[in-house]
Design a protein around this ligand. Sequence first.
Ligand code: ADP
Length: 309
Amino acid sequence: MTFAVEIFRLKKTYAGGVEALKGIDLTIEPGDFFALLGPNGAGKSTTISILCSLVNKSEGVVKVFGHDLDTERNWVKMQIGVVPQEFNFNQFEPVEEVVINQGGFYGLTRQKARARSALLLKQLGLWDKRKTMSRQLSGGMKRRLMIARALVHEPRLLILDEPTAGVDIELRRGMWQFLSDINAAGTTIILTTHYLEEAEQLCRNIAIINEGRIIKHTNMRDLLNTVAQETFVLYCNRPIGSMPIIPAADARIIEPFVLEVDLVQGQSLSDVFEVLRGHGIEVLRMKNKTNRLEELFLKLVNQSNEASQ
Ligand code: ADP
């Protein structure tokens, strides 16, 4: 199979001597929705900046859809759309000009660029703003403009660095839907994120990077399955006087109406509901106490830090 991205022993040492990448291997399949996760300074931006030719690598091999970055840089650039963290469009251009002009950089005719721009601005909810000076857009709109601009030349690979940073919850969900749709239509997507929920919702495969090394490279489902225990908070319809015995689950009353239940893998919440119902208690609402991915992430990073000490 030809991978969308194939990275082999990639190293980056910045001029000041910081070893941002210490030899990473990574493969991403075509059509994947891939998350690159890691704490600040882990090397995520460096990795994607190398992919996008914004930063030169020190060592290693990078291939995009089978083409080597060293020998076919321009071809590789044409396959990639990138949405960096900072707003780097011309703030004094109207919205549609930002997108259309970018099409020009990639060799699209004005007519083609205009058509692509119209389509993308409509899909991203910016059509009404097409004549607005881009400086005047809200943060969330600017982020969407960056995405429209990145997609104007129909790249096969879209790379987003923290796409929903500064975007409010409602808009974030809209953006997730848009990204899921273009992924379903065939675009390979890589994103870096601090929002672990985002990776959990969107991504099929994941690499966790820490201190310039990949410490986990797996699919999201397997990763989540490795989390031994999950804690749920259950909000009940009446005060729970004394704790009903729930077989095989560890449960505690934390407020008169609120229960906390630990479940290990294989245990089902419906058993808990049944026991409670037997005591005349209905669960009105529930939530995960912690994000499983977040827990796992902390565990992996700690393990990796201990191992390197
Ligand atoms: P992340 O995106 O995971 O937060 P980065 O790739 O931005 O991590 O940074 C990795 C490391 O490289 C950090 O120690 C950071 O300080 C350093 N670094 C990033 N960019 C530069 C640069 N232009 N010059 C020197 N050091 C840099």
